[in-house]
Design a binder for this molecule. Structure first.
Ligand code: ATP
Ligand code: MG
Length: 562
């Protein structure tokens, strides 16, 4: 789907949309303006997708607009690389901010003026206490804080010091600007919160123009007001910041009056979604980069082959609520499978090849057999698959001494090769170690296309590829990055890393139609799962990622004793 072309599927309902609807009907939001406000200090993840779908979705549903706003107020942690990645990811997810890309840093001059406005009104002061001293005097949930000894500086003294902070006269941490609200407030966020701190750091956009930077609390609501945001939607941890949000909007001569609303963030089983942890996983090398297909980052999910439409579907299904919960990752996987089952073309690929020689098939012959591309989409048509005397089948599809109920290949057993013929295993060839290296089979030429004219049945249908025509490939199989649903619940989440989250198979054999698939495009390997070509791939070395297995074999394997 093209940028911004996402249809508003069915109009959704949740408590935030109810609020927006009321505001629209009462004429309080014309137009509705929302924003998605990432801090460019990491890559976006599936939790952000929930927020993106909510903010952009509401704007679409109510005929308004959604801004992409970079909350770039901490130059120490922010980088251009993250800005670029965030834009790529939001577009990939199917949303378009049009002209409405903003940066909190665009407002630095205005925010500075408003800080002076607060000082002049006696509502802010420069505090010389150290960070430790401020922490000690902040009080606790049950005890009030105590006033700073610098709280009663005069307006002139405050203005002078604040201007000198801006001019770079003081080192990092020497002073801060604080709002003068109430050190005894029941809400700790109102106990003279910090509005500005000194940071001699180069900012990705403003360079060295500033050495003081506004805090999130001072920048966020004011940026909302400047942009005309009507509904500033954020996650629950900001609920206690709302009184401060409102206080600043009330005290400052801002051009509009946005309101903040909070919803529960997405938590997902087997997954960590904190940026701090994701950064650690990447920088400490527990994964192969931000776009490692095992990560819940949007770039990782993209590389893995999760379609953006499946992620939007997931975001719609989990809904928006006010209470924290953990969503089962199986639900996300379900959305991916359901979509790919409809859309992904079918191909044949043998992951762990075992050679089969059809002894009664003429040497040197090849025939091309029609194979259905997608049983759920007739318009996808058919393709031709080459068949010849030497084939590969899946090692798991053969057992020399099969238990009851194993209906696949074994000595003397007849099975169907999909789209091709019935074949019967006549002989097992082993190497010096006694390992099976080849099967000698015969085929029944009467069964071309996979049906016997005499009506006899076989109990198994196997996928296969012709050895002479096969493309060799590396295939990367992924399991959950963590081995328990609640990583870190017992302390160190790194201790819960799944040592077997990545399995690399070499020498996999693919049907030739898979040679020129575009990177990222989903295919189903019959009986195996959904796969896509990895960007590491090259014509001389194909690399596929398994997006997801066909069924939830993981849960099944776990419940089985091994
Ligand atoms: P951290 O992971 O350290 O808490 P963050 O993910 O909140 O950081 P931001 O860049 O501030 O980082 O997030 C941008 C927006 O995405 C915010 O409005 C935030 O509330 C929202 N968001 C972040 N994580 C989630 C989540 N798990 N579920 C829903 N929304 C989220
Ligand atoms: Mg945040």
């Amino acid at each position: 789907m093209d940028d911004g072309d996402v249809a508003v599927e069915d109009a959704k309902h949740d408590f935030i949309r109810e609020i927006v609807r009321d505001d629209v009907e009462a004429g309080r939001a014309d137009p509705v303006v929302t924003r998605f406000p990432p801090e460019p200090n990491g890559y976006l993840h599936i939790g952000h997708a929930k927020s993106i779908c909510l903010n952009f979705g509401i704007a679409q549903q109510f005929g308004g607009r959604c801004h992409l706003r970079f909350d770039d107020t901490n130059p120490v942690k922010e980088e251009q690389e993250y800005i670029d990645a965030i834009e790529t990811d939001v577009r990939w997810l199917g949303f378009n901010w049009g002209e409405n890309r903003f940066f909190a840093s665009d407002n630095f001059e205005q925010l500075y003026d408003w800080a002076e406005h607060l000082i002049s009104a006696g509502l802010a002061y420069v505090d010389d206490q150290t960070a430790d001293e401020m922490r000690e005097t902040r009080g606790t949930l049950t005890e009030p804080g105590t006033n700073s000894p610098y709280r009663d500086r005069t307006v002139d003294e405050n203005l002078d010091l604040f201007r000198r902070m801006r001019a770079g006269e003081f080192p990092d941490g020497a002073r801060v600007l604080r709002a003068k609200i109430d050190m005894a407030s029941g809400n700790i966020n109102l106990r003279d919160p910090v509005l500005y701190r000194i940071l001699h750091a180069t900012h990705p956009r403003t360079g060295d123009a500033w050495c003081i930077y506004p805090t999130y609390d001072f920048a966020h609501g004011q940026s909302d007001a400047i942009e005309g945001v009507t509904h500033s939607i954020c996650t629950l941890e900001f609920e206690d910041h709302r009184p401060l949000y409102d206080w600043l909007i009330e005290k400052l001569p801002v051009p509009s009056r946005p309101r903040q609303y909070e919803f529960a963030r997405l938590n997902l089983s087997y997954t960590v979604l904190s940026k701090r942890r994701l950064i650690q996983l990447v920088t400490d090398g527990h994964v192969r980069g931000w776009d490692d297909p095992r990560l819940p980052t949007l770039s990782g999910l993209r590389r893995r082959g999760f379609p953006p439409a499946a992620i939007r579907d997931f975001a719609g299904r989990i809904g928006v609520a006010k209470r924290d919960s953990v969503v089962d990752v199986a639900m996300l996987e379900h959305c991916v499978r359901e979509l790919l089952n409809q859309e992904a073309p079918r191909r044949m690929a043998v992951l762990r090849p075992l050679k089969v020689v059809i002894e009664n098939y003429p040497e040197g012959d090849t025939e091309h057999l029609p194979a259905v591309n997608n049983p759920n989409d007739e318009s996808a048509g058919t393709r031709e698959v080459p068949f010849s005397r030497e084939l590969y089948v899946e090692r798991d599809d053969f057992m020399e001494d099969p238990p009851r109920k194993f209906y696949r290949l074994s000595p003397g057993r007849e099975v169907r090769l999909r789209y091709a013929y019935f074949v019967t295993c006549q002989e097992v060839v082993k190497d010096a170690n006694g390992d099976v290296v080849e099967l000698r089979c015969t085929y029944d030429p009467e069964t071309r296309g996979g049906n016997a004219p005499d009506g006899r049945k076989v109990k198994a249908t196997l996928h296969w590829v012709s050895a002479a025509h096969a493309q060799s490939a590396e295939i990367r199989l992924y399991d959950y990055l963590f081995s328990r649903p609640d990583p870190g619940a017992d302390g160190d989440y790194l201790a819960d890393l799944n040592a077997k989250s990545l399995e690399i198979l070499e020498g996999c054999q693919l049907e030739p139609a898979l040679a020129d698939l575009p990177v990222g495009e989903a295919v189903q390997f019959e009986r195996q799962g959904y796969f896509c070509l990895d960007p590491d791939s090259a014509p001389e070395k194909l690399i596929f990622n398994r997006t997801i297995a066909l069924r939830d074999s993981w849960a099944k394997a776990k419940s089985k004793p091994t």
